[in-house]
Design a protein around this ligand. Structure first.
Ligand code: DGT
Length: 193
């Protein structure tokens, strides 16, 4: 049965398409900020997982598997979502500068209205110390494209200039623990072994 991707994310759709997974994308109508507020001081991986599960459950689908996913960034004790403006993107970059970004990506699969599989993954991205000139020059080319990206970067583009070192798999950075998702789809008989 064709997988339903409960997401508007171009990055997540691109990962599944590149992996050769047949899917139908249907955005999940979830008030992420409200759910995050309810979760309060929960650990970031649990927040990302709760959001991924909410997205998977938000798409009504009686039979087909529904995949939801979420990514969030933590630096120090502050959590960051996607920037809402260029000014906020610059403020995020100033907060990231010289620090380690913990990027939590989570995924959940729902079937028949219940979550049947869930996974989280962590990537640690070591950022350089940015000059203000770099921040503005970077945003001159990358805004508004990075308004869709938690962490204010596209790693496959100029975003790579933000980092000295990256620990973790590339898919986690791009927005989803793809290797674990593919394993789950194989276990469900949705992909050949
Ligand atoms: N192209 C690209 N996108 C990235 C990168 N890092 C993060 N992202 C994107 C993936 C997700 O679309 C977004 C994370 O935000 P969310 O988890 O809230 O997902 P989003 O609202 O985009 O879509 P969704 O909630 O799944 O409908 O950031 C990157 O390096 N390259």
């Amino acid at each position: 049965m064709t997988l339903v991707l409960a997401s508007k994310s171009a990055s997540r759709a691109a990962m599944l398409a590149a992996a050769g997974v047949a899917f139908e994308a249907r955005p999940a109508r979830v008030d992420e900020r409200a759910l995050e507020a309810q979760l309060g001081a929960a650990p970031p991986d649990q927040v990302a997982l709760a959001l991924a599960e909410a997205k998977a459950l938000a798409v009504a689908e009686p039979e087909r598997p529904v995949l939801g996913s979420d990514s969030l960034v933590v630096v120090g004790d502050r959590r960051f979502d996607k920037p809402a403006s260029r000014e906020e993107a610059a403020e995020h970059l100033r907060a990231f500068s010289g620090r380690v970004m913990h990027l939590h990506s989570a995924a959940a699969i729902a079937r028949g209205g219940s979550v049947v599989w869930r996974e989280t993954s962590l990537a640690m991205l070591h950022t350089r110390k940015f000059t203000e000139d770099f921040i503005q020059t970077y945003l001159n080319t990358e805004w508004p494209a990075v308004s869709h990206c938690v962490g204010v970067f596209r790693i496959e583009g100029p975003g790579v200039q933000l980092f000295d070192r990256i620990e973790g798999d590339q898919f986690t950075v791009l927005g989803m623990p793809l290797l674990a998702v593919l394993g789950a789809l194989r276990d469900m008989g949705e992909l050949p072994r």
